[in-house]
Design a protein around this ligand. Structure first.
Ligand code: 1CP
Length: 324
């Protein structure tokens, strides 16, 4: 994350804990998703599971980005076959009054901090632990859409029709996110990833107005508050499908920029001018490729045997799950 030389390219995966692992399904069986997120012991166990099987170089705490809207007073459930569902999404600007603007993160999200501390101890320094959050625009879009959406048209309607209220909501979210990330560092997180998963639904102009300023503000405020020696924690930004924003993202106080698979890594290097480290870039569907050709789809040609071994194990474990 700091751009130093390492003996191999470090490997970790988004959602490395998950249903492809039989032990994950066993632990999750019959339990509500967010109830699971609120149990530090179970989160710790689920975080460690993939590390017992694969030579991964980092752990990412088991949680979800939607715990932040919950902390602000919204009711979110994880429905089987449907994904996250808000019982009462935001419809009009007046609905912002329903939200808790000043969130006591220790009280509302202390369960995540406990999970992080417990996991950090259990890892015994073997690999670093990554904490994460959703970025303001991505969380705003879930809060208005009420769940996953292909067009994000309800959330984008706010950007066009209620720009001021949109900024108010994004600012509220950024304030909570800053405290949440700082709490994660205090609890033991050694790197922080900010997921702007819905960046790509915005065009370049809306990205510059409604996403980028908040991504920058979050990194700057977190870093300003972590000034003591040894406190600085590398930050990673992943703005999915925002290829037009790559140059801006590389100048946004993040040490690492995550790439999705639509970006050519070599040109991303050139465009970011060596200012940041780059990570990611693998198309998850490359896991469907036959093993002999899989190497051709790996992002950085440097990836070694360990990765191929890891991927083939995931594929054999996950037979049938990806397709379902
Ligand atoms: O990688 C890990 O092991 C850590 C766990 C993790 C992370 C980093 C989970 C657990 N969620 C997330 C982040 C997250 N959650 C993102 C950002 C990354 C991305 O773009 O994928 C997003 C968008 C969500 C929202 C979410 N949570 C969705 C997408 C819904 C949609 O259609 O928009 C879904 C399906 C979830 C549920 C979820 N979160 C995590 C898991 C393991 C699951 C599956 C639930 C289950 O076990 O049934």
């Amino acid at each position: 994350a700091r751009g130093e030389d390492t003996e191999h390219v470090p490997v970790w995966c988004m959602r490395q804990a998950g249903r492809y692992l039989p032990e994950f399904r066993e632990w999750r069986e019959g339990k509500d998703f967010f109830e699971t997120c609120r149990s530090p012991e179970i989160c710790c166990e689920l975080t460690l599971q993939p590390l017992r099987r694969f030579p991964l170089d980092a752990a990412i705490i088991f949680s979800d980005i939607l715990v932040v809207p919950q902390a602000m007073g919204m009711n979110v459930q994880m429905l089987t076959g449907k994904g996250p569902t808000f019982t009462e999404p935001l419809k009009e600007p007046e609905d912002l009054e329903r939200l808790q603007a000043k969130v006591d993160v220790q009280k509302e999200l202390g369960y995540v901090f406990k999970a992080i501390t417990l996991t950090r101890h259990k890892l015994e320094g073997k690999v670093p632990l990554i904490g994460f959050t959703g970025a303001p625009w991505t969380l705003m879009s879930y809060m208005i859409e009420g769940g996953g959406s292909v067009t994000q048209s309800k959330a984008k309607r706010w950007l066009y029709r209620h720009p001021e209220a949109s900024h108010m909501l994004l600012k509220m979210l950024a304030d909570v996110i800053v405290e949440y990330l700082l709490g994660q560092v205090t609890a033991g997180a050694q790197a922080l990833q900010v997921f702007e998963s819905h960046a790509g639904i915005l065009g370049p102009a809306q990205f510059k107005e409604f996403s980028l300023p908040y991504l920058r503000d979050i990194a700057r405020r977190v870093k300003d508050r972590l000034k003591e020696p040894g406190q600085d924690v590398p930050m990673i930004v992943f703005a999915k499908d925002a290829h037009y924003g790559l140059e801006d993202l590389s100048q946004s106080h993040y040490e690492v920029v995550g790439l999705d698979w639509t970006i050519d890594p070599q040109s991303a290097r050139e465009r970011t001018g060596g200012k940041v480290s780059l990570q990611g870039n693998m198309d998850p569907c490359a896991l469907y490729a036959p093993k002999v050709t899989l190497g051709a789809f790996l992002p950085l040609k440097m990836l070694k045997n360990a990765v191929e071994h890891f991927l083939s194990q995931i594929r054999s474990l996950s037979n049938g799950i990806f397709s379902s």
